[in-house]
Design a binder for this molecule. Sequence first.
Ligand SMILES: Nc1ncnc2c1ncn2[C@@H]1O[C@H](COP(=O)(O)OP(=O)(O)OP(=O)(O)O)[C@@H](O)[C@H]1O
Length: 235
Amino acid sequence: MAPPDNEVLWARDVHYAHGRSPALLGVSLGVRQGEILAVTGPRGSGKTTLLNCLSGQLVPDSGEVWFNSMPVHTLTPTSRERLRRDRFGWIGDSPQLVPELTAWENAALPLLLAGTGHRRARRTAMEWLDRLDVLECARKRPAALLQAHRQRIAIARALVHQPDVLFADEPTAPLHRADRAQVLRTLTTAGRSHSITVVLATHDAEVSTLADRTLTIVDGRESDPSNAAACSLSA
Ligand SMILES: Nc1ncnc2c1ncn2[C@@H]1O[C@H](COP(=O)(O)OP(=O)(O)OP(=O)(O)O)[C@@H](O)[C@H]1O
């Protein structure tokens, strides 16, 4: 089945089990370009597994995942890796930075890997570090930084190449309460101003207020399949 034209990311009846432990039991969704979708639900409901399937890190046991006209679920591992590197950004719940690189080098990594010149990559990385209020950390290595600063640098790295889709899995988990609102605002503002589609998994109901729509997952299923986040299966 072909995905609807107006949706940048589209999934239909996705099932996934971790070994014998079922995590997704038929999730469908569609996200338009520049839209911010919050995926909420209790712990263990399947949010991380869903983001992993949507971003091509996991291949669903059954069902389909499309990015534009690309069937992510049938791509080879190499093509999925390229897709993740070139078109997607990922922020997890703990920053995974390269310890040998400085903060700005970490933030610039996607650009440097894509062949952008050193000077331009540095300038763009610095701009994102500034937006995220960690410019003063630019020359430091991760070990010398607070966890909250490291997470902001990981966020800069996820946005620096202006991905089509940003997947954020509990991105504010390592931050203090005071930091959370600002980082979330920066994320959603960046998404809106650069037309980046954002899929944001959280069990913090407050985050939903910043999103355009919310999809609630309970026990691997949409809690209300008739809600607005259900994909247009009419295609
Ligand atoms: N690597 C794994 N091996 C076995 N079971 C797993 C694995 N990862 C997740 N699960 C199980 O799959 C189900 C969904 O987990 P998932 O991490 O996707 O939920 P989640 O909603 O993201 O949870 P949380 O809010 O705690 O991050 C849970 O029952 C979990 O225990």
